[in-house]
Write a protein that binds this ligand. Structure first.
Ligand code: SF4
Length: 154
């Protein structure tokens, strides 16, 4: 069920953004990790299950207000920012990559698509953020929240 939901979320985001998973280790792509990428609820659950809850935080995605795609922030759990890069960026690489745990925005993002990201309805970030509002993901979101709070003892 979890894996099925994850595929469905990933497929939804791929369809809406017109993007497919891509790998690139160029400096432009690495620079994208100065801003944390967004994961779907299923992405975040897998990251918690892998023992990384301490690098996640409750947050509100407000960029959609500035993009004009929504009029309120979206609550979610996402990676935290480190001093310069995302907390998962170590020695020039994403530690989640080889574990198959990279969040959906990071999996689909590439240095060549920066201009496309300014098309609000096709923005990968917006399409991932929407997953936190979807009724289909309600169960997964409850599970993620429970696991996160339990791990962090908040
Ligand atoms: S989770 Fe990985 S790919 Fe996403 S911003 Fe952090 S280091 Fe980069």
């Amino acid at each position: 069920m979890g894996e099925l939901s994850r595929k469905t979320s990933l497929q939804r985001v791929m369809r809406s953004s017109g993007r497919v998973p891509i790998e690139c280790k160029c400096s432009q792509c690495k620079n994208q990790c100065k801003t944390v990428c967004l994961g779907t609820p299923e992405d975040i659950e897998k990251i918690i299950d892998a023992g990384y809850a301490d690098r996640l935080a409750l947050t509100h995605w407000a960029a959609g207000i500035f993009l004009g795609v929504i009029n309120a922030p979206i609550p979610m759990i996402q990676p935290v920012a480190g001093k310069e890069y995302c907390a998962f960026f170590e020695n020039g690489l994403c530690v989640l990559h080889d574990k198959g745990l990279k969040p959906t925005e990071g999996r689909l993002s590439h240095h060549t698509i920066r201009k496309d990201n300014f098309n609000p309805s096709m923005s990968i970030a917006w399409n991932v953020a929407k997953e936190w509002l979807m009724p289909e993901n309600r169960e997964a979101i409850s599970r993620v929240l429970y696991k996160f709070l339990n791990e962090r003892r908040i």
